[in-house]
Design a protein around this ligand. Structure first.
Ligand code: RFL
Ligand code: PHB
Length: 393
């Protein structure tokens, strides 16, 4: 087989890149090692920046998101029972975020891909990129006992943190930056009315909690748990009890509990590799960087990588530019580091690390400092709604 761009990974990065390229007549094939249903079963992000919404519009797949997604003009931070409202729209001169689940985005992108007739291979085994340093890279994989080969111009590594693309780059080429936090988030999804219209990030003596949602009838809640916690030890009742303990009194009184649809623990990590490319292969999204979910930036950074690579490939194919592909990593990383810093900062301020330590007292002080004036809340708001994408000249 032959294509222009071989895309490894059918998460939001791979699907959105494929759809944008399709819209400009740039041929691509998507490969994933698991099935579409498996991908749709992962419950992940919920807060979408405006830049991402604009990209979905450009790809022609935003119709349902615009209809069903909720626009949020505010976010609440509750510290030891006291609410602080971050008015995103006032503080940023009119910006907002959209609450629309990653599962729904993936669904919409998969539907559009099916309608486009472009090739995709799911449950592809032993996917492997080759000759990335040459101008004739290719990808091999196995499907139903047969080995296939895709010759291409470029390979897009959209295969997440545990993917094969980053691993296939020779040792010594990449520099890895990593921080593992001493806790994780236990998340629960339930068909119960959300406790609040706006999201509430909660800092309490018992630890962090987050009230999020997927719709007016579906809630997504999280509590900070030690790194070694096992999800099997958390019955729904135990979750609700612990979650309620952390909420401000009025929210605890309003909370409606119910059976979980999904419950899982995500460890928190900051991770970046530099550079985000190797020859004709580019790394996008979680394949190149991971952030703790506190700033709601993971999926949004994946979208900005897609934006960067898409615009570079467009100028390369349509305008004959030969200089831009080599600059992908440098351009993408500038925005990535802002997102990594913001997520690290929010994680630091909102979580307890080690009880009674001087660092935890300083974290409290920093949070109080940033919530105390409009000028400082604006710094938080500008980053929460998302920094602008860089133009590709
Ligand atoms: P994905 O979604 O992991 O998709 C990668 C795909 O690649 C496939 N794959 C392979 N295919 C072929 N061969 C191989 N060897 C392969 N290895 C892997 C996988 O099967 C998979 O289908 O990466 P992508 O597309 O870069 O998307 C990244 C996002 O999923 C991630 O950043 C976000 O979910 C992070 N995140 C959040 N981001 C936000 O912007 N806002 C949020 O509110 C938010 N909340 C969250 C989150 C992540 C969470 N967890 C569980 C990590 C909340 C949580 C709890
Ligand atoms: C979510 O709804 O899953 C969510 C929302 C905001 C975050 C992280 C996760 O910061």
């Amino acid at each position: 087989m032959k294509t222009q761009v071989a895309i490894i990974g059918s998460g939001p990065s791979g699907l959105l890149l494929g759809q944008l390229l399709n819209s400009q007549g740039i041929d691509n094939i998507i490969l994933d090692r698991v099935s579409p249903d498996y991908i749709l079963g992962r419950i992940r992000a919920g807060v979408i920046e405006q830049g991402f919404v604009e990209l979905m519009k450009e790809a022609g797949v935003a119709e349902r998101m615009l209809r069903e997604g909720e626009i949020h003009h505010e976010v609440e931070i509750a510290v030891h029972g006291e609410y602080h409202t971050i008015n995103l729209t006032e503080l940023t001169g009119g910006k907002s975020v959209t609450v629309y689940g990653q599962t729904e985005i993936t669904h919409d992108l998969m539907d559009a891909r099916n309608a486009s007739g472009q090739l995709s291979f799911y449950e592809a085994e032993n996917v492997m990129p080759h000759d990335m340093k040459s101008d004739k890279p290719y990808v091999t994989f196995e499907k139903d006992g047969e080995t296939h080969r895709i010759d291409c111009d470029y390979i897009a590594g959209c295969d997440g943190f545990h993917g094969v693309c980053r691993e296939s780059i020779p040792k010594g080429v990449l520099t890895e930056y990593e921080r593992v936090y001493p806790f994780g988030w236990l998340g629960l999804l339930s068909d119960t009315p959300p406790v609040n219209f706006e999201l509430i990030y909660v800092k309490s003596d018992e630890g962090f909690a987050l009230c999020s949602k997927r719709s007016e009838t579906r809630s997504r809640y999280y509590v900070q748990v030690p790194l070694d916690e096992k999800v099997e030890n958390w019955s729904d009742d135990r979750f609700w009890e612990e979650f309620k303990r952390r909420l401000p009194e009025d929210a605890a009184d309003r909370l409606v509990t119910g059976p979980s649809i999904e419950k899982s623990i995500a460890p928190l990590r900051s991770f970046v590799v530099e550079p985000m490319q190797y020859g004709q292969m580019f790394l996008l999204g979680d394949a190149a960087h991971i952030v703790p979910p506190t700033g709601a930036k993971g999926l949004n950074l994946a979208a900005s990588d897609v934006n960067t690579l898409y615009r570079i490939l467009l100028k390369t194919y349509k305008e004959g530019r030969t200089d831009l592909t080599a600059r992908y990593s440098e351009i993408a990383l500038r925005r990535v580091w802002h997102g990594v810093r913001f997520s690290w900062w929010m994680t630091n301020m909102l979580h307890h690390f080690y009880r009674d330590s001087i660092e935890d007292k300083i974290r409290d002080s920093e949070l109080n400092f940033f919530l105390a004036s409009e000028h400082r809340r604006r710094i938080l708001a500008e980053q929460y709604v998302g920094l602008p994408y860089e133009d590709i000249e």
